[in-house]
Ligand binder design. Structure first.
Ligand code: CA
Length: 238
């Protein structure tokens, strides 16, 4: 599924799922977002270590990706909202040859922010027009080269802020860029004017970018392209 939001459920839901089911769902959203899955209903045959029937969520595009959750039984998972770290999530539901139950129902949306480890170029943005998670007022992206001697360059192509922010000090909506991988890294800049900042390049191999809407003002939006530059010559050796 490539849509920004939707719903998934077990076979025959709300009737009992089948025996020997092995169903997979693959969700991919815009590259600058993560997948957020919220459970609404859950009833899958319980078993020790979920060895009979189970639902399993993977943090990526295959069942070899890290496992985010394995769950069975008739309770919602303790963590009812599961987020991927990148823009892809795989969900698998498997049942054995006896006893079934109602199954599960879950909604997915894309949520802003992502951890991007790459050697390539791409784009990050917030899109106000899509049904993104509007309660999320703080979106952060970590953009990291996969080699330690890489540098990340960020170029803003669009930045729009609420009108009341003109002439103020980033009171309502701003983008912050930091030279490192988290909010404690040194600040490179904080931007809230419609003037687009120049290129920003990391000292190390990673940049932290955060879009913050203060007091629930969601009228701001931005778009920036990133590219990863290698300063090492090793990559070009024959
Ligand atoms: Ca079963």
């Amino acid at each position: 599924m490539m849509a920004p939001f939707g719903q998934i459920h077990s076979s025959n839901y709300p009737d009992n799922y089948g025996h020997n089911d092995d169903c997979m769902w693959y969700i991919e959203v815009d590259q600058s977002h993560v997948v957020k899955l919220s459970f609404i209903d859950f009833d899958i045959e319980a078993g020790y270590n979920c060895s009979y029937d189970y639902l399993r969520i993977f943090d990526g595009n295959t069942t070899d990706s890290p496992i985010l959750l394995t769950h069975c039984g008739n309770q919602l998972p303790n963590q009812t909202v599961i987020k991927s770290t990148g823009n892809k999530m795989t969900i698998r539901m498997k049942s054995d040859g006896s006893r079934s139950a109602k199954g599960f129902l879950a909604n997915y949306t894309m949520s802003c922010g992502a951890r991007i480890v790459t050697e390539e170029s791409g784009m990050i943005r917030t899109q106000e027009s899509l049904n993104v998670d509007s309660s999320n007022m703080n979106c952060s992206w970590v953009i990291m080269g996969s080699q330690p001697d890489d540098h990340v360059t960020l170029t803003f192509t669009h930045l729009s802020v609420p009108e009341m922010d003109f002439g103020s000090e980033c009171s309502y909506y701003y983008i912050e860029v930091r030279d490192g991988e988290d909010k404690d890294s040194p600040q490179i800049g904080k931007y809230c004017s419609s003037r687009v900042p120049a290129h920003i390049t990391s000292q190390g191999s990673v940049l932290f970018v955060q879009a913050v809407a203060v007091y629930g003002y969601h009228f701001g939006s931005f778009e920036a392209t990133y590219s990863v530059l290698s300063s090492g010559v090793d990559h070009f050796r024959h």
